[in-house]
Design a protein around this ligand. Structure first.
Ligand SMILES: [Zn+2]
Length: 280
């Protein structure tokens, strides 16, 4: 019998709940971590708050504005089949769009939903899944999309309610981060390759998470192929001429091989309580 290396320990007792705003938000920030957790036997449930209804459509043969919500649901299901996550749930809200756009006013938009109602639905999922690890957006929402920030806030409130009712006392709450130094490094790589970064480079010091918010850094290089294959399922969201597609593959793989988190609860947890760090 071969001995199982410590870093491939069996995680079949670990339940993980990930809550994000749009189909594809799971991929860049923690797709490698999800693949690693699944590969080691953890049970992962993914909740997607909206259907990404107002995202870009990279190729008009893939979807129309009318079909995009359905197409993106299927893209997420395909992506999660590659990652190995069978339990994918949609809350069904409409994508609120970027701040200040007309989509903010749509009655089905996440930003129009009663917060208590969304929190109640998320609390029900937490109570059902009883996760050991809860993952969601960080307070900055990465690049500040209002739905990302809302899902951070609503999930955190749902978690607090579950804690108060005694159902989540053992759960670790992690926020998925994009540290500013990592953004900066990628923007610099783009500039050196003659590519215009997606945000004006003078904004780079305001997007993403402050570096000192990062408590937990994972090297997911062993899962980066799965991460990329999973991300490629979000076909409507991949612009072949966009800055991320233009970055040389080896640099993109390098950027995707590290994932960052804030262990938010328990606050100030000792490093040996940090389940994710202990897995690498
Ligand atoms: Zn998003």
């Amino acid at each position: 019998m071969t001995e199982t290396p410590a870093d491939l320990s069996d995680l079949s007792d670990l339940r993980v709940l990930a809550v994000f705003a749009h189909p594809d938000d799971e991929g860049f920030g923690c797709g490698g971590t999800l693949a690693m957790l699944v590969a080691r036997g953890a049970h992962v449930t993914l909740v997607c708050a909206t259907n990404g209804d107002v995202g870009e459509i990279s190729d008009p043969s893939l979807a129309t504005p009318e079909t995009l919500a359905h197409v993106r649901q299927e893209e997420l299901r395909s992506a999660m089949r590659i990652t190995g996550v069978p339990d994918v749930r949609f809350l069904g809200y409409r994508d609120s769009g970027m701040a200040g756009t007309e989509d903010n006013n749509h009655p089905d938009a996440l930003c129009q939903a009663r917060p208590d109602s969304v929190v109640g639905r998320l609390t029900d999922v937490i109570n059902e899944v009883q996760p050991s690890v809860l993952l969601t957006h960080d307070p900055t929402g990465g690049y500040g999309h209002p739905d990302h920030v809302a899902v951070y806030d609503l999930t955190t409130r749902a978690f607090q309610q579950a804690i108060e009712s005694g159902d989540a006392g053992q759960t670790l709450l992690y926020y998925v981060c994009f540290p500013r130094s990592a953004f900066n490094r990628m923007w610099q790589q783009m500039l050196e390759a003659g590519i215009t970064p997606p945000f004006a480079s003078e904004l780079v010091d305001t997007v993403g998470s402050p570096d000192d918010a990062v408590t937990t850094t994972l090297n997911v290089a062993a899962y980066v192929d799965t991460k990329i294959a999973s991300l490629e399922c979000h076909r409507t969201q991949i612009d072949p001429t966009g800055p991320f597609s233009q970055l040389p593959q080896d640099l993109m793989r390098e950027n995707m091989s590290t994932e960052y988190f804030t262990l938010a609860y328990p606050e100030g947890a000792a490093s040996d309580e940090d389940i994710l760090t202990g897995l690498v």
